[in-house]
Structure formats: structure tokens, C-alpha cells
Design a protein around this ligand. Sequence first.
Ligand SMILES: NC(=O)c1ccc[n+]([C@@H]2O[C@H](COP(=O)([O-])OP(=O)(O)OC[C@H]3O[C@@H](n4cnc5c(N)ncnc54)[C@H](O)[C@@H]3O)[C@@H](O)[C@H]2O)c1
Length: 306
Amino acid sequence: MRVLVTGAAGFIGSNVVKYLESKSIDTVSFDNFSHSNYYNILNTKGEVVCGDVTDKNFYKNIPEVDAVIHQAAITDTTLADDAKMVEVNYNGFLNVFNFCVKKNIPLVYASSAGVYGKTDKKMSEEEKVIPHNTYAYSKYLCDCWSKKYVKANKTPPIIGLRYFNVYGPQESHKKKASSMIYQLYNQMVQGQRPRIFKFGEQKRDFIYVKDIARVTAEAVNLEKSVISNVGTGQPRSFNDIIAILNKLLGKKLEPDYIDNPYQKVYQDYTEADITTLTQVLGAKTEYSLEEGIRDYLKNYLFCNQQ
Ligand SMILES: NC(=O)c1ccc[n+]([C@@H]2O[C@H](COP(=O)([O-])OP(=O)(O)OC[C@H]3O[C@@H](n4cnc5c(N)ncnc54)[C@H](O)[C@@H]3O)[C@@H](O)[C@H]2O)c1
């Protein structure tokens, strides 16, 4: 089996490539390298193709593949260029979608918990959603298209995965769009007080990238189309992250609480309803927040922990 991974030089894409190769599955890594780190796929055994998903003929330079995992997107949610965001994230998705339908091969694509917008409730796939920014809207468009097309046509399996808040190795190129865990770690390891929005009790469903990579790679074997959340179902606070990092780093740094300039569009709460994940995908997450952060620090950030 050979799987095409778009956005393969990015954070999640490169972890997916790594997971597939650990299972002896051939990969083709596709990326335009606009917002990535080539180092993330330096050791891939598969072919690397530089190209752009917004090109309708993007597939011309790739070898035959049996499935596609689509990760390529603009992922900086604060980007002010709405046209670019929708062009890459939606039109690019449509090109990949059409390729899979034409070839009759499964597509697993990255959607986002962002589509749910601001709420204080558990988020489930069937509920009405109100995306809170253009990034979230671009992912919402992908889900709407996918649902509509799958309902009206005979298609190969199309699996949309609404990732919650992902953290873990190979995210450093994302800078201010990297996870809270990575950003807080960087401050705290240098002895700085961790800066978080007042008063750190915002809760998010943080999920370790190793869980995301496994669930995503295994979803290519599903036989039916579905849109599913991928989260732990266990929201945790920013204060919790600081407590875990303090413990692992052997520090006692107090949070420095700051005003949130994005308050109107900021998701203060994310919690995945994991019914579809467990019952349809037959998947579950393996890392708690404590275990994920410990693995990240010990094996990737090479930090001497307590
Ligand atoms: N990281 C998270 O917490 C999270 C949460 C929800 C959803 N997602 C989704 O998961 C996917 C992967 O996110 P990530 O965190 O790895 O981000 P990332 O920015 O690290 O990866 C995106 C990759 O896509 C590439 N890319 C961008 N535009 C392209 C184009 N036009 N053609 C080809 N390649 C292009 C970039 O160079 C980059 O390598 C994205 O679709 C993102 O929206 C991520």
C-alpha cells in the first residue's frame, strides 16, 4: 500500500508519515514547503514531491497511490488574508477530494474543532456549528461539501477528522501558532514566568500528536464515510499545563496572567464528544495530558525532568 500525505513536512503530516513508515506502509510526502520544516521529513524512505494543492493538476508528479491523507492547509488562524485562507484550505481540499473520487481511493482529511466556535458544552458532530474565524469557516466548508457530496453520490470512503488541540514533536516551525504546551515550555525552561490569558481556567481538549497520527493513519482502512472528532474527551485547563510543566521541570513558576486580545473569537472551552471516534472509528486515545507532556519533554525536547 502507498499513501499520499499532503502537508507532509508540517507538524501532523510528518508525524503521520513517520507512523505509516513504522508500519511498513509506503508514503509519498507532498508539500509546498511554505510553512513547514524540511527537517521533519528528512528521514522519510518515501518519495518527496514539492507542489501546491491549489493547483488542479497537483497530482501530475506523484506516483500511483492507494489512499490520501490530506493535511496541507494554512494553519495560522490569525492570518488576515481571508481569500488566501479559503483558497488554500477549501479550494485545495476540493482538488484533493476530486482526485480521490476520480481514482476511487479513500480520503482522510484534517478538519478542526474550530468549526464548533465558542461554546461551553461538549462538542458533537451532529450539532449546528458556528465557526468563529475564517480558518474555522474554511474547514466548515470542507465538512459541508464532503457531507453533501457523499450523500448524493457513490464515493470512496471520505473521512473528515475534527482534530482538537494537538501538541507534540515537530511543531516548532509553527511559532506563535504552535501548541500552548510548547509555548509555555519554552518560557518556563528559560526560568520565565508562563504568560497565559486571565485566569488560566480556560479548558481545552489537548491531544498528543502520537494519538492523532495513529488514528489518522488507521482511518484509511475505514470502509464508510464519516466526520469524527479526534480528541481525548478530557478538557484540561491552562493552569493544569503549568502545574505539569513545573513538576517535570522541577520549578515553581507562578503564572503571569494577561488580558486576552482575542476574547470575542477565542475558544475558552473545547471538549470532544468521542462517541463517533470510539464507535465508528473503533479508536481511542492512549496518552493523558501528563503522559503526553512527559513523553514530549523526555524524548523530543531532551529535557532533564524530575
Ligand atoms: N495542530 C492542531 O492543533 C490542529 C488542530 C485542528 C486541525 N488541524 C489541521 O491539521 C492539518 C495539519 O496541521 P499542522 O498543525 O500540522 O500544521 P502545519 O502548518 O505544521 O502543516 C501544514 C502543512 O501544509 C503545507 N501547505 C500549506 N499550504 C500548502 C499548499 N497550498 N500546498 C501544499 N502544501 C501546503 C505547509 O507547508 C505545512 O507543511 C491542517 O489541515 C490543520 O488545519 C491542526
